[in-house]
Ligand binder design. Structure first.
Ligand code: NAP
Length: 316
């Protein structure tokens, strides 16, 4: 039987590559030495950072499935995929806990300045006097931008810290007890901590902008575990440099992993390298779902986790 050929379009963990190699003939987008393979490839696999545009799809006449290892798929031109009858799968749900845990970690790190306190002890500065006082997290207000699967997991954890939770999203959730704000700016004006956890892409691009930072104010903190693109990054850097806001906790950036030097030099930020879902357990669960999506496509059975746009248009 002819092997089923698959193209890897971005970095994915070695254990996922190993599993894919057991069932499929794998090609690597960056090291393809057999141009004819592009005509034989039936599926693409890549991480949440994968860029799959119309141009790439036009080189791949037989691709009918894109399996994304990640819940966010903003690098995939889903409209172009749908037009070509291509299904797009992703890995929702299995990473909610880890992303919410890291969001809480950033909230605590920013409020209590844990990384700076660690440096303070290591540098031997304690002998010269105590560490500065910080911001209390328990009982503070938290505005969540995007109250979906992960946003709700964050709200659950923040509730245990007695945080006053409110949110904005495309739609108001009548089944949830938190106050809804129709705009990010209105939400920012009401809270101590503003936290972004929406998808990236055109519909959210730059939605956290200068006006939002001004509304959040000099005692307010911004946390981003969504995508770098949801923020007007130059406006954020200015807001942090000029103390328009007090600080930020960031897991995601524009043009990552190349981080703007201005961000790296800011004293009032806590930075993590896009690791919100990065535990052994969760990356394994994500790999299993990405493999299951692919296997279902090959078998012609129901794909477990199609992206909503494909569910709406193609059905499953
Ligand atoms: P989800 O369940 O689809 O929730 C997305 C939420 O964002 C929903 O509440 C949605 O509103 C809201 N939203 C979408 N577009 C919006 C817009 N234009 N304006 C305002 N709100 C908008 O997705 P999820 O599973 O929670 O994941 C959310 C995102 O987190 C992913 O797409 C990804 O970008 C990011 N993420 C980051 C990491 C990381 O490593 N840092 C890991 C995983 C995920 P409605 O409820 O009204 O539809």
């Amino acid at each position: 039987m002819e092997p089923i050929e698959i193209l890897k379009v971005s970095n994915i963990p070695t254990f996922l590559v190993d599993d894919l190699n057991k069932s499929y003939l794998m090609h690597d987008h960056h090291h393809i030495n057999d141009p004819d393979a592009l005509k034989r490839v039936v599926a693409l696999v890549g991480g949440g950072d994968a860029k799959v545009d119309r141009g790439l799809l036009s080189l791949l006449p037989n691709v009918k499935m894109i399996s994304i290892f990640g819940v966010g798929y903003d690098g995939v031109d889903v409209q172009a995929a749908i037009e070509k009858g291509i299904s797009v799968g992703h890995t929702p749900g299995v990473l909610n806990d880890d992303v919410a845990d890291l969001a809480m970690g950033l909230l605590l790190s920013v409020a209590r300045q844990i990384p700076r306190a660690d440096q303070f002890v290591r540098a031997g500065d304690w002998v010269d006097g105590p560490f500065n006082l910080t911001k209390k997290l328990t009982g503070s207000s938290l505005g969540i931008v995007g109250l979906g699967r992960i946003g709700q997991a964050i709200a659950k954890r923040a509730s245990a810290f007695d945080m006053k939770i409110s949110y904005t999203a495309r739609t108001q959730k009548s089944d949830l007890p938190y106050p809804y704000f129709p705009s990010v700016k209105a939400l920012a004006a009401e809270v101590d901590f503003l936290l972004a956890i929406t998808p990236g892409g055109d519909s959210t691009r730059g939605m956290i902008n200068q006006e939002v930072f001004e509304a959040l104010g000099p005692k307010g903190y911004f946390i981003n575990v969504a995508r770098g693109s949801v923020v007007d990054q130059p406006a954020m850097i200015k807001a942090l440099q000029n103390k328009v806001i007090a600080g930020a906790g960031l897991d995601v950036y524009l043009d990552e992993p190349r981080i703007a030097p201005e961000i790296r030099h800011l004293p009032n930020v806590v930075l993590t390298p896009h690791i919100a879902s990065g535990t052994f357990e969760t990356r394994r669960a994500m790999a299993d779902l990405a493999l299951a999506n692919l296997a279902a496509f090959i078998a012609g059975t129901k794909i477990p986790a199609l992206v909503p746009e494909c569910q709406a248009v193609l059905g499953s």
